[in-house]
Design a protein around this ligand. Structure first.
Ligand code: UDP
Ligand code: MG
Length: 140
């Protein structure tokens, strides 16, 4: 398996409940290294660009408002097979379907306010990392 990098976002529902450290610990416990991290607050328009792939979906407007509703922690996670591994640690989109011990099973409030984002493929991971981090911010 190849060494990969993936983008994670700890969403506003989780930062509001002071869960940043507990979620980061799940990444590290799974062998993922947090090689970049910052806390920011997006505008709805910035969230809209990030989630552009979903712009035709009925939940798009609500999703953009939610992602801009409070601070988020954007992180680059690195490790062997990091993209799939992070998706495993996150659990299914709907917390009702998420496996026990996953971030979403333990912390998500609903299918929309589900505590974390994670890239789903190598090309989206590269684009999403570049949306939030410059090369100078990726120190390894
Ligand atoms: N989402 C939602 N309603 C849905 C499906 C998704 O509000 O029925 C939100 C949710 O916050 C999800 C995000 O849109 O995390 C992106 O959806 P995607 O299908 O890419 O799920 P993910 O990759 O986050 O598991
Ligand atoms: Mg997705």
């Amino acid at each position: 398996m190849a060494l990969e990098r993936t983008l994670s976002i700890i969403k506003p529902d989780a930062t509001r409940r002071n869960l940043t450290g507990k979620i980061a610990a799940k990444f590290e416990d799974a062998g993922l290294r947090i090689v970049a991290s910052k806390r920011i607050q997006m505008t709805p328009a910035q969230a809209g660009v990030f989630y552009e792939v979903h712009k035709e979906r009925p939940f798009y407007g609500e999703l953009c408002e939610f992602m801009a509703s409070g601070p988020v922690v954007v992180q680059v996670l690195e490790g062997e097979g990091a993209i799939a591994k992070n998706r495993e640690v996150m659990g299914a989109t709907n917390p009702k379907d998420a496996a026990p011990g996953t971030v979403r099973a333990d912390f998500a409030e609903s299918v929309g306010e589900n505590s974390v984002h994670g890239s789903d493929a190598a090309d989206t991971a590269a684009a999403e990392i570049a949306y939030f981090f410059s090369g100078l911010e990726l120190v390894g």
